[in-house]
Design a protein around this ligand. Structure first.
Ligand code: SF4
Length: 240
């Protein structure tokens, strides 16, 4: 059985997909988002190697409440699509037990990842949660170090496959919440047939200490957390 590089496991989450979720945080991410809450997931050479069998054994123990809540398994990160082959094995086991599978992804996986593996993984995934970090090219590059076309192309791929997905946008006051940011986001979201939910995630500062522990200066040192009013205002503009 294959092995996965894992950052951590959470056996009970109500925020990472429908129902109660068993969440697997994968190790490794090629992006460097300036608001990243988990910079300790970046380095693919750290984390813990776990066999798929071992991870599935832990999930099985939680099956009663995962299934009674109509929940399932969500793989997050880090970036899950860096390790498609072990997730294919894991999701095959989940499908045998009719466990709902979800992947929370920024879509930032490098060109040397086999696209056939990504397709296979898509076919085994019931729900994608796709992060859009900014709605214009320059700001996206500034926030993530990656191109905006990456998540947009992945969303087109899901649309073509008629695969259900949610979109999430971390709302950072005075960074990506201007009227033009929200208007561009609205354009991106229009005509998405298989996007079943959109959520603003209010930026918070709880992950700042991890940057400090890693000896890194937090790029958003002087930025504040988003308030419910910020989210309400952005949502009102999006819906206008
Ligand atoms: S994609 Fe996610 S894990 Fe990677 S740097 Fe950005 S916020 Fe952090």
């Amino acid at each position: 059985m294959k092995q996965c590089k894992i950052h951590s496991l959470e056996s009970f989450s109500a925020q990472d997909g429908p129902g109660i979720r068993y969440v697997i945080f994968m190790q490794g991410c090629p992006a460097r988002c300036i608001y990243c809450q988990n910079p300790d997931t970046w380095d693919i050479d750290s984390g813990k190697l776990c066999s798929v069998k071992e991870v599935f054994g832990k999930i099985e123990k939680c099956l009663p409440y995962l299934q009674s809540s109509k929940g399932g398994v969500t793989v997050s990160g880090g970036e899950p699509l860096l390790q498609p082959d072990c997730l294919i094995e894991l999701f095959k086991l989940c499908k045998k037990e009719s466990i709902h599978t979800a992947i929370d992804t920024s879509t930032f996986y490098p060109a040397d990842i086999d696209e056939k593996s990504i397709d296979k993984l898509i076919s085994l995934t019931d729900l994608f949660i796709v992060d859009i970090k900014a709605s214009c090219i320059d700001l996206h590059k500034h926030i993530t170090s990656m191109e905006l076309k990456k998540p947009l192309e992945f969303i087109s791929r899901l649309e073509k496959k008629k695969k259900h997905y949610w979109v999430r946008y971390v709302l950072v006051p005075d960074l990506n919440d201007s009227e033009s940011d929200i208007d561009n986001l609205k354009k991106i979201l229009s005509n998405l047939k298989y996007c079943k939910r959109f959520e603003f995630l209010p930026y918070h500062t709880l992950g700042k200490h991890k940057w400090e522990l890693m000896g890194l200066k937090h790029p958003l040192e002087n930025f504040r957390a988003a308030t419910p009013e910020d989210t309400k205002k952005a949502a009102a503009r999006l819906l206008a």
